[in-house]
Design a protein around this ligand. Structure first.
Ligand SMILES: *Cc1c(COP(=O)(O)O)cnc(C)c1O
Length: 367
């Protein structure tokens, strides 16, 4: 049985793409397949969108986290503090630089509990990588004060947080740099892997432009050893087609979330996370706490509602993260979330009727 309310909206999002194909037809005769015009245009528009001086297109959101750390000279022997509940990419990106990822538990905003950061700082700490998970935002005002006090760099993982804000300031503009993902599952999405780094720092920008392109200053001269992580020109064409709609996409998600909040607020069994007035949450995910979560999840699927759980197994308890040396119970809030959270579709294409089906399905479970 197909879902009455599907989770993935990609077929709708890319149903009418004649304009993209037209743009690709114009690209092909130019042979401008690496960097070149579409990438430069996308970078300029992305920097404008976020409100930073520079944007650097790279191969993935993961590289958009890893390369700024590399540009800051972070590597073996260093420690980078990040959130215990995040997508694996954040921890993987830190690990790839050679640095050790140090985890800090989250709070009920799903972001890092900033009150626990100072206890995690050691003489090896070089940077903090807060994650704006679900589209909610880390308490950046408090985190920046801690970073400044200890002389640490901040690189934001804003992959789920495009256009989110706290205290009137946009995610991605707080730290020395920030990484965004354009993966098909993100709010601003293209047709494959792609990412963007933003920064106001001219020197970091210059370094990142070299790092992503083998350290090549020009065709013949290499400034230092880099890698190949260029934003694909074809994906930049798709990005240029969609980027003008980012505010509309965001506003629809916010409206849809408000509609759910209102209804779920009246269902005992569901706890809506606290919505902070100083935060603009962009609802990459619409996630609530549910009593008897596993049964609600099963009930939703059986009734045609494609719910998701982000994520059922805490990262630090995964086999692959054993080398980090954590033990069960080290991150109690993350553990509680893994057992109680559930996500419902909140994308810009979901209809009110579909949202009503979701709400009725949840209501009928607790009735
Ligand atoms: C998607 C995502 C990334 C980056 O993912 P890519 O697939 O490499 O683009 C990083 N961090 C978080 C929190 C994400 O959700």
């Amino acid at each position: 049985m197909p879902f009455k309310v599907r989770y993935s909206y990609l077929p709708e999002q890319f149903a009418d793409v004649d304009d993209v194909f037209d743009a690709l037809k114009r690209l092909v005769p130019t042979g401008d397949f690496t960097l070149g015009k579409p990438v430069a245009e996308f970078e300029e528009r992305f920097a404008d969108l976020i409100g930073t001086k520079h944007a650097i297109g790279v191969g993935s959101g993961t590289d958009a986290l890893k390369l700024p750390l590399k540009a800051l000279g972070i590597g073996f022997g260093d420690e980078v503090i990040t959130a215990a509940n995040t997508f694996i990419s954040t921890v993987g990106a830190i690990n790839e630089t050679g640095a050790r990822p140090i985890l800090v538990d989250c709070d009920d905003s799903f972001c890092m509990d900033v009150g626990q950061v100072e206890a995690a700082i050691t003489e090896h700490t070089k940077a903090i990588m807060p994650v704006h998970l679900t589209g909610d935002v880390t308490d950046m005002t408090a985190l920046m004060a801690i970073a400044e006090k200890h002389g640490l760099s901040v690189v934001e993982d804003a992959c789920q947080g495009i256009l989110s804000e706290t205290d009137g300031k946009r995610s991605g503009t707080w730290g020395v740099a920030a990484g965004f993902s354009l993966h098909p599952l993100k709010n601003l999405n293209v047709w494959g892997d792609a990412g963007v780094i933003v920064t106001d720092d001219d020197a970091i920008n210059e370094k990142l432009c070299l790092i992503r392109n083998h350290g090549l200053k020009n065709r013949d001269e290499i400034a230092f050893l880099g890698c190949n992580s260029r934003l694909d020109s074809v994906q930049a064409v798709v990005g240029n087609w969609l980027i003008g709609r980012t505010h509309d996409i965001t506003n629809r998600r916010i409206e849809n979330a408000a509609y759910y909040d209102e209804a779920f607020g009246g269902i005992s069994g569901i706890t809506v996370p606290r919505r902070r007035r100083n935060v603009k949450n962009v609802y990459h995910l619409y996630m609530v706490f549910a009593e008897n979560r596993d049964a609600l999840y099963g009930h939703s699927l059986e009734n045609g509602v494609e719910a998701k759980v982000h994520y059922p197994i805490p990262l630090y308890q995964q086999e692959g993260l054993k080398p980090l040396g954590y033990s069960p119970g080290d991150f109690p809030v993350t553990d509680r979330h893994a057992k109680t959270v559930i996500s419902f579709p909140v994308d810009q294409h979901i209809t009110r009727e579909q949202q009503e089906i979701v709400i009725d399905t949840v209501r009928s479970f607790y009735a």
